[in-house]
Structure formats: structure tokens, C-alpha cells
Design a protein. Sequence first.
Lengths: 523, 341
Amino acid sequence: MTSLAEIFQRSVRFAPVVAIAGIALLIPGCTKSIPSSEQLSPLTPSSTDANAGSWKMVVLTGPTQISVAVPAPATDPGYQTELTSIVNEQSHLTDSEREAITFWSASGVLRWNELLREMVAANDLPPEPLANGTYPSPDPNNPFDMPTYPFSNPPYAVRAYSYVTVAQYDALKVAWYYKFLYNRAQPYQNNSKIKLLMPVTGLPSYPSEDAVEAGVNSTLLAKLFPTGIDQINNEANEQQEAVLLSGKASASDWTAGFALGQAVANIFLTRANSDGMKAAAGNAAEWAQLAQNAINQGQIPWISQENPARPPMLPLFGQVETWILPQSQVAVVRPGPPPSTSSPQMQQELATVKSAVENITRDQLATVYKWNDGANSVTPPGHWNAIAVPYISKAQFSEVRAARTLALLNMAMHDAGITCWDTKYAYFNPRPSQLDPSIKVLIPLPNFPAYVSGHSDFSASASDVLDYIFPTDASYFDAQAQEAAMSRLYGGIHYPSDIKYGLIQGKQVADFTVTFAQSDGAN
Amino acid sequence: MSNGSPRMRLPAPSSERHRLSRFAAKILKPATKWCLAGVFVFAAILPGLRAQTIEDGIMVNKSAICTGTLYTHDAWDHYWEGTYNRTNGNLGTVTTQTMDFTANYGVFKRLDVIGIVPLVWTEASKGVLHGQGGFQDLTLAAKYELIRWRLKEFGTVRFFPVVSGSVPLTNYEPDFQPMSIGLHAKTIAPRATLNFQGLGGLYVNGSAAYVIRGNVTLDRNYYYTNGQLYLSNQVAMPNQFDYVVSAGYRAHGVMFVGNFEEQQTRGGGDIRPQDLPFVSNRMNFKKAGASAVVPIPLHLFRGLQYWFTYSDTFDGRNVGESTTFTSGLMYQVQLHGRHAQ
């Protein structure tokens, strides 16, 4: 007979086998599919925002700056043909068409924001050095050549986010004006054979708001991210197909809306051509002057710690045109100088950075990588767009109000980015790892001066706007901004002063946008 | 029944040791040439003491345990960004050092279980990136000798089904490649090994595995890879196929083997230009090298042996063009008397 001790002894021998079987059970049998689009519920707007045609414009002078022709009456034979074609198309919908209808039911504004973030990430790669140690510049005239155009670093990205969302916001206000001026009913209301396959919006259909979104976004994205042209056009075509099949808009609703979107986009492109961005990279003489300015102030100037040394990122971005903040205020909100590179306070801040990196906790490390947003990312402004999206979706904002939220958010971040870059290059302050080479960093080191922190500036401006739009969630947004800012200290790339004054500046700048929003007619 | 004490082996006659050291001296000079070629290094083994890894066709005795510590030094200054071979001034040479604490236990005569606990630390010789360190992934494997086919006058063919798996031991950060100490994926790998041990000393071993990898969880909620933005903290890890073949001479306590290894990742994106690697990159490589095991003739520790392995990565994609050597001591003891069988 086997003794109990023997049974125990044998089972101990099997322990490793049992352990391996355990590991096997922990592995999912098949790979989980990873979502590549936002899981958003269909949009049934809580309000039509019927007066949005009178809300304050940002760039346009007013809704009638864009003319939209009177639509044909419901009895018009041409319009009747459009409706009949919807009836025919709805009779044989494919699965992929139904999927597209569901996808675009969630909000075109939020769907296009997803693509915008994807375009930023796809283009967020610094050029590789040449064999001679220099860096080639992306060429807008040959965007597909290496290095591809653009390098959508944070300043490029925040400007792109703001142009697209502000143009979309102004264009949708024009659309709302004409919708309620002409009051054309939606196709399903004009023909009982047409089913409405998207949620009820209660909006007049001419011009189509979806078409306005497609027109604005496809026109601007194609200019800002030219290598994404196929994906951009596919997106516009898919939205058009889904909306026309849904019974929400007819072909003439679409055509008028798309043309309106394009017209507004072109006005913004004209602005973009002369907003100072083309000169933002500066030249070798200007880079040398920035270093000399710091030396003249008795400071150690910033130097690139990349190997080979890379020119500083867009040093003249601080001179690019702002949206809401008066241009004259850029220098006004510039904080005083950082601690002198030779001061005891700087030594103390260096010690704080080093201690933060060397004694980092796992939670702090998670924060560093959550907020890394470095190369190949949507950048910090894109991260804040992603934070805003579920709140906009949950609030079931109308498309024009969703566009307003994103426009306010990105205008504030753009203006904060400009003041941040102005400050960075006014002081040309070295990174901690330059002053103390024993400091090693946990994320790739951004190639521009330290003071003030971009993450802090962007995040404080973003949370300030989101606090205003979603006051009940303000503590969450504030906590996210604090976390984003502190992640840069934990990662070893910013001093406490960079963070403190970056947060102050971001809020200061965004308050101008909040003031604009308080009297824009949307409240 | 077991007495729990290590089974001490009789000391080898000194003449045998002299014969072995003469032999070792003979093979050392050519070994440098083989190192250069990156193909062959030779191994010497005492009778009764056997090298055992997850991939080879060598077993420990029932109730014996072979345990030890191996140090691995892996370094590269060139790497493949996709298929483009380059250097990076912000990394210089990336060195990964590993201490493997390993144990191989003979559960039955035909079943071994192997466990490995690696302590890993990384550093880059240039740039400002911080090295990482810590315990990486526990690997456990079960190796079963299913078929033993004795060929008269030739030798023995053995076939082993093997299953191995790994789980991260710590919550190390996987999103800081190439400084991260690992990928932080759970894996399970069915493997098949075919081994021929010739009576005249010819030794041939082939082993292939399909590595199924679980999702990796990042500390961020989105990432861009393989031409697409993913809105999730979960990264689907493409599975991998790998095989290793070894051939050489093993008889009368002497073994010479050269190794060739290939890993193919069945999907995943390339490293983007001037970007850092990403966990789910398509990491492929071909390596060639060899292994040596040398007995340490200490009377107090009769089961002690010295291991050395060298390998050179000569082709790859999204991996370092690394040169790797492993060095360490293994100690084999019999935990229970053989009469218990």
C-alpha cells in the first residue's frame, strides 16, 4: 500500500508539470483583437443647437461669408430622383455598408478626430541623420521622399489639430445657419419608403453636416499630411456612402455641404500659408544667436544631446499666429527666467531630478510611459483630444457643439504651445542631463530647451478648457494635467521649475479661450 | 527510498584528466578560427555528466538535479531598423547582461522539468537613456523522451515532445525598447526535438518550436505600429517559429557542437525610421555559434562543470546584430538513490 507520505512526495515531483499546465491556461487561446477605432455609442444629440448659426465665429466674419444656394423644393423631379435612388440602395445593403453606417452614426466630428490623431502619429518621426552628420529637412513639395513630410512634432501637431478643429467648427456654424434658413426635411421625412438607419438628429438636412465635416477634414488633412492622401479620401468616401445610405441626407444635401466645407478649409489654408510656420525652423545663424543670448545672460546655453547634434525643434514657433490669445500677450505671459545654471537652486533642482529618476516607483514609471507621447505618437495635444472624446460622446453633444469643444480645446493648446516655445527659446535653458551627465532619462530626450515644460503647458491649457465644458469632471482633468506634468520630472527630462511655470502659463493662456467661450453665444 | 544526500561520484583517474586537457589544448587553437567564422566552438563533457537545455536531446537521471548559474553578455552596435542595417549615435553599443538561475530535475527516467529565472540588466554606451534591470520571465519546460530507437552499430535516435512556457516574474516596463529587460508577454511553446547519438560519437540535434504569445499590456492607452493607430493598452503579439540545429561530436566524455538558430516572427510591424523598437515588432534573426561544456576537476564538487556558448547574429530584422556569449557553472547531484526506481 502506498503511504500518504509517498503520495505527497510523488505529487511534489509533479509540481513543475502542474505549474506549466497553469501557465498554458493563462495564455489566451487565440489573440484578442485590438480596437483600432474608438468604441463610441451612436449619437442622438441632446439638443439641435438650432441657434448655432449665430454663435461667434473664430476666423470667418459670419455665416454669410460662404454662400450656399437655395435647395430645390421637395417636389423637384431631380430631388425626387435622389430619394428614389436611396430607396433602391437601401433594398440591398451589404454587411460592410451596415458596418459603415454604424461607424459613422457615432459622430463624424469624433471619427475625423480619430483619423487626425492617426495622421499625426504616422508622421511623428524625426529625420534620420545623413552620413555626414547633418539632418535633412522634410520637403513639402516632395512629401513621399525620405524624410517624409511632415515631421509632426508637438508644435506641428498642435497647430494641425487646431486648424482642422477650428475650421470644422466655423464651417458647421455656417451649415447650421443655412440648415435653419432653408429647413429642408431629411430624405426619410420626404419619402416614407426610406428608412432612417442613423439616429434621429432633428436637424434640417441641407447642407449635410456630415458632408461639411468630410469637406473640411479631407481638404485640410490632405495639405497637412499629404502622404495620408489615400486613407483621407477613403474616409471621406466611406462617410459619404454611409450617410447617403442612411436616409439622413440626399445627394444634393451632400454636395452643398461638401462644397461649403471645402470653401471654409481653403480660407483656413490661406491663413496657414502666412501664419509664420514656414519660418519656424529658423536657420543656423538664428540658432547660434539663441545660444549667444543665453551666454550674454551669463547662462550655460542649451545644446542638443542627440548624436549627431540635431538643430533645435522649431525655435521660431513662438512667433506663429495665435488663435485667441492676443499676439501682444505672448511676451506678457512669458514667466521670469529659470534658476540660473550656476545657482544653488539649480543644483538643488538637479538633485531633485536625479533622485526622482533613481528612486522611481512602479506607479511613477507607469505615469512616465502613459504620458511619453514622444516620437511616433499622437503627441500631448493629441492625447488630450483622446481624453476629451469619450466625454463629448457621453454628453451626446450635437455635431456643432462637439466641434466647438474640440476647437476650444485645440485653440487653447495651440496658443499655449506658442507661448511655451516662446519661453523655451527666450531662455534656451539646458536639460538636466546636460548640466549633470550622470542623469540618465527614462524616455527619449526631447530636442529643445527645458524651461518651461511643454507637457505641463499643453495639459494645463487643455484641462482648463475641459473644466469649463465639463465642470462636474473638472477634478479628473486637473488630476490628469498634474500627472502629465509630473511624469516629466519622473522621467528625468524636466526640472520642478519647468513644470511649475509650465502649468501656470498653460492655464493663463487657456483662460483667454474660456473667456471667449463664455460669450460665444453657445451657452 | 531516497536518503536525500547528493550521490557522490568516484574521482576520475588522473590519466583521464590529462588526456582531456591535452585534447582541450588541441581544440583551443582552431576554436579561434571557428569563432571568427561564427560557426563552430567545441565542447568537452565527462561521461555521466550531461549538458541539458530545453532544446537538446539530453536528459538528467531520475531524481537528479542539474542546477547552476549562467552569465550571458549580449552586445550590438548595429541593428536592423526593418531590414535596414544601421548604427545609432543615441545608443552606441547596447549591452544586455543576464544571470540565469537554472535547474533541471529528472522527474522520471524519461521526463525532465527545467526552470530558468533570469536577472537582466541593460545599458547603452552613448546617449542619455537610462539602463534597466531586474528579474525578467520565469521559464518552465517539461521534456519527455517519447521514442528511443536503438540502431545497432550506429547509435540511438530519440524523439522528445517538449512544452515550455514563460511568465513575467516582475512588473518590469516593456515600453522602453531596447532598454527594457524583456517584452513582458506570457508565452507557451510546443516543441519537438529529434536527437541522434552515434556510437562513434556523431551527435546531431534538431529542435523546433512554435511560440504562442499572449497580449502585452502597456502603461498607455494608444500606440501606432504597423501602419495603424491602436486605441488600446493591449498589444497583440505575433507568434513565433524558431528552430535550432546542432551537430558535432560527443563520445567518451567529449562533445563538439556547432549551433545554428533561426527565429521568425509571424507578423508585426517594422521599427519606423529613427524610432525606437516596439514590443510587437517583427523580430527575426539567424544566429550561428557553438557551445562548450568543460568539467571542473574538484574532488569536493564532483558534479561541477563549466559551460561556454558563443553566438553571432548574422542576419535579422528589427533586432540587434548581436554577439553573445554565455559562461557559467552547472552542478549536478543525485537527490534520491537510484535503487528507488
